[in-house]
Design a protein around this ligand. Structure first.
Ligand code: HEC
Length: 249
């Protein structure tokens, strides 16, 4: 394969990855997973075919201005940065129902809109920090991997999964970034009504990554077992008897 053909072919893998918008990703997770697998197989095949170009090419220019050094684990990055900033978006719209009726609230003032913009920019940029290798949990901590119904992966298992298929990990990062960019477009137009669906789209991308990497055991089979257990527990409960009438002294 010539070097140019290599470049064109790897470019098409890039566009396949870009096609994984949040909607595609969540409307069919299986499809996204397949795409990711196909992407990584194709990419692997292409990079090995491209590894010895016939002509000597100049070394690629440094792509970053400096080194990235992580400060915290993924868990802390989520808790102390990603999650609170996402709340700027999630909490920008709300609906409260009382006896008097339903009151919707949406951003109105410039200050309200700036808060949403802060969330969108911070998320679109900040989610890329997940590309910097870092531990998943703080030192001495791990995920919940004991008990009869284990749904979470250990930190070591998550690391292994990311390293085995970085294409999927990166696609999920891009999905969250795309959802944040969609919010930014709404901010520019001050389109408050669009924020309801955009917030849900964003949430779906967060959840899709969590389901794949953090608690993959929380699947249909898990919920089936949970329903069975609840049913059994209800059957075993003694029939409810009316409370005894208070005894006269
Ligand atoms: C590319 C994957 C990925 C994306 C995208 C992602 N997360 Fe996470 N998140 C994780 C992983 C993995 C963990 C579990 C870390 C661990 O092992 O404890 C996590 C954990 C969390 C936690 C738990 C923190 C704690 O205190 O235990 C919160 C909250 C969270 N994420 C919020 C979000 C929100 C909100 C978004 C979207 C705006 C998001 N995440 C997007 C991978 C992701």
């Amino acid at each position: 394969m010539t070097f140019d053909a290599c470049k064109r072919a790897t470019g098409s893998v890039e566009s396949a990855r870009r096609l994984m918008t949040p909607r595609n990703l969540t409307s069919s997770r299986a499809q996204a997973a397949l795409l990711a697998v196909a992407g990584s197989v194709l990419f692997g095949a292409l990079t090995s075919a491209c590894s010895s170009p016939a002509t000597t090419t100049p070394p690629p220019a440094a792509r970053l201005w400096g080194d990235f050094k992580p400060v915290v684990s993924v868990r802390e990055l989520m808790r102390d940065m990603i999650d609170p900033l996402a709340d700027n978006i999630f909490m920008a719209v709300s609906s409260v129902t009382t006896k008097q009726g339903t009151v919707d609230s949406e951003p109105k003032t410039d200050e309200d809109w700036q808060k949403v913009r802060t969330g969108a920019v911070a998320l679109a940029e900040g989610i890329y920090l997940l590309k910097v290798p870092r531990p998943f949990t703080p030192p001495g901590e791990d995920n919940n991997i004991t008990g009869p119904d284990v749904v979470e992966l250990s930190a070591a298992q998550i690391t292994e999964k990311v390293e085995r298929d970085p294409v999927e990990w990166n696609a999920r990062i891009e999905a969250t970034r795309n959802a944040a960019l969609a919010v930014l477009e709404l901010v520019k137009k001050k389109d408050a009504s669009g924020l309801w669906a955009a917030g849900e789209d964003l949430d779906t991308t967060c959840e899709a990554c969590h389901r794949s990497y953090w608690y993959p055991g929380e699947n249909a089979a898990f919920y089936g077992r949970l329903r069975e257990r609840l049913k059994k527990a209800q059957l075993n409960q003694p029939p409810t008897t009316p409370p005894a009438a208070p005894q006269k002294p």
